[in-house]
Write a protein that binds this ligand. Sequence first.
Ligand code: GLN
Length: 304
Amino acid sequence: MNYQTIIEEVSKEIKLTKDEGVVASYIDELKKINPEKFGVHLVTTNNAHFFYGDSNEKFSLQSIAKVFSFAYAYRIFGEKIWSRVGVEPSGTSFNSLLQLEHDAGIPRNPFINAGAIVICDILVSHLKDPKNELLDFVKGLSDCKDIDYCDKTALSEKQTGYRNAALINLMKAFGNIENDIELVLDFYFDLCSIKMSCKELSETFLFFANQGKHPRTDAEILTLSQAKRINAIMQTCGFYDEAGEFSYKVGLPGKSGVGGGIVALHPNKYSIAVWSPRLNKKGNSYRGIQFLELFTTKTEMSIF
Ligand code: GLN
């Protein structure tokens, strides 16, 4: 399969069309990004790399990082986690309050904001130094060591994080948050602020395509069953109320973030990251989805 030719063909093709997305504006720091940025990086399970455009420039992961915090918590606490959060697609936006009231403070899944906040609460309850321990876990997933939080972005989100404050307060009222609200929210904002390039992102997600094993050392990061299950949750919940459409158009498990990144993977084959900051109405990268749809069409490979 000539991934490089297809990546270049598809990138050039979509650059000829109008980008109808809009950069996220509710977090001040994200507004400053040049909306024309565009990068792609694909890495295969046997370590072949293919890339295009701004693939080495770091951007804010935002909700993509929820997969790391969830994987870490799942690795440590296993099935116990499911008493606090569900595995159903939400069919609502990432920061919706409506469903949470109806579901008595138990978020539908770990990839909407409420679910990721509960995972942060679990990590705060059980770890001595959640911020550094999580970062060490993420660094250990690949060979990229130059990965860090962005304090500026975390602070910027904290200043306007009214909906997340509402979500955590509602869950606290239902008894589904154990710790001090501010402590948990600060950790959540830190989590979302992690920065990576497309190259780093595709590399750190490769173990999900490698049956839960570190792609170079073969060490078990998650069991085969855990990796399979997280892929299933990415497939059904990774794009909020656009998860069905993403499955339909792209046919791979993946996760998006309001920084304009999308990462997707083909089990036993590859992991691919795309970055383009303008978002569609559902909060997912407009060109990112367009790229992946054409990419899986031209490669004629999806999990279905
Ligand atoms: N940090 C963002 C928020 O909480 C993440 C949202 C996203 O990427 N969908 O609103």
